[in-house]
Design a protein around this ligand. Structure first.
Ligand code: DGP
Ligand code: NA
Ligand code: NA
Length: 211
């Protein structure tokens, strides 16, 4: 029946470091909670798991790993949350996720890894209903300061990541100008998110990457 097909939405925020994803995901959570939706804030990498701790150490330059090996760890970190993710969505909870498989492909292919090779381990993960791309020129993001000094937080590398992201755009993406005032970005996000949540409530089927 109609009711049992109702589910939460899988909504992903993507963008360069310092594009404002974390702030905007917090705002989206409050907005949806204010409308009495069941909603949770997620982020990848999830640094709390065993795999996540290896990733965290790598990002902090405390360990070295082959580019392919770290790519697979990031992917494994998403796979270890996949069944919980599906359960939450089917039970009606909307997930606002700060980074997902697109970060995986964009960051690793920016190092020169083949893009199809990068996509392969992501296949079969749940496909987002909506990807919100917070678009900011790499130079502007760098000016915002607060690059925390982690491995990828360098202007030249972020330029390459921005180019990789361009290749990944598809119909589920909505690009928002992240240089607009915070409130304007917030308003634009609210509109598309509400629309997406409503569609999923009506029983839009879950699908998988990468199809
Ligand atoms: P964050 O906690 O959102 O600042 O992410 C940490 C850093 O890791 C950030 O520079 C983006 C990068 N990153 C996130 N996901 C992946 C991934 O799947 N693969 C790679 N190579 N990098 C990622
Ligand atoms: Na970061
Ligand atoms: Na962030």
């Amino acid at each position: 029946n109609h009711k049992s097909d109702s589910r939460g939405a899988l909504i992903v925020l993507e963008g360069l470091d310092r594009s404002g994803k974390t702030l905007q995901s917090r705002k989206l959570i409050s907005y949806l909670e204010g409308l009495s939706y069941s909603v949770e804030s997620w982020r990848f990498p999830d640094r709390n798991t065993g795999v996540g701790q290896m990733i965290s150490s790598y990002l902090a330059n405390k360990s070295e790993l082959d580019d392919h090996a770290i790519h697979l760890l990031f992917s494994a970190n998403r796979w270890e949350k996949r069944s919980l993710m599906e359960n939450k969505l089917r039970s009606g909870t909307t997930l606002i996720v700060d980074r997902y498989s697109f970060s995986g492909v964009a960051f690793s292919s920016a190092k020169g890894l083949d893009i199809e090779w990068c996509k392969a381990p992501e296949m079969g993960l749940l496909a987002p209903d909506l990807v919100l791309y917070l678009d900011i020129p790499p130079e502007k993001a760098a000016e915002r300061g607060g690059y925390g000094g982690e491995r990828y937080e360098q202007l030249e590398f972020q330029r390459k990541v921005a180019r990789s992201y361009q290749i990944l755009h598809d119909a589920s993406w909505k690009t928002i100008d992240a240089c607009l005032p915070i409130e304007d970005v917030e308003k634009q996000l609210q509109e598309v998110v509400l629309d997406c949540v409503t569609t999923c409530q009506k029983g839009k089927p879950l699908s998988q990457l990468w199809s």
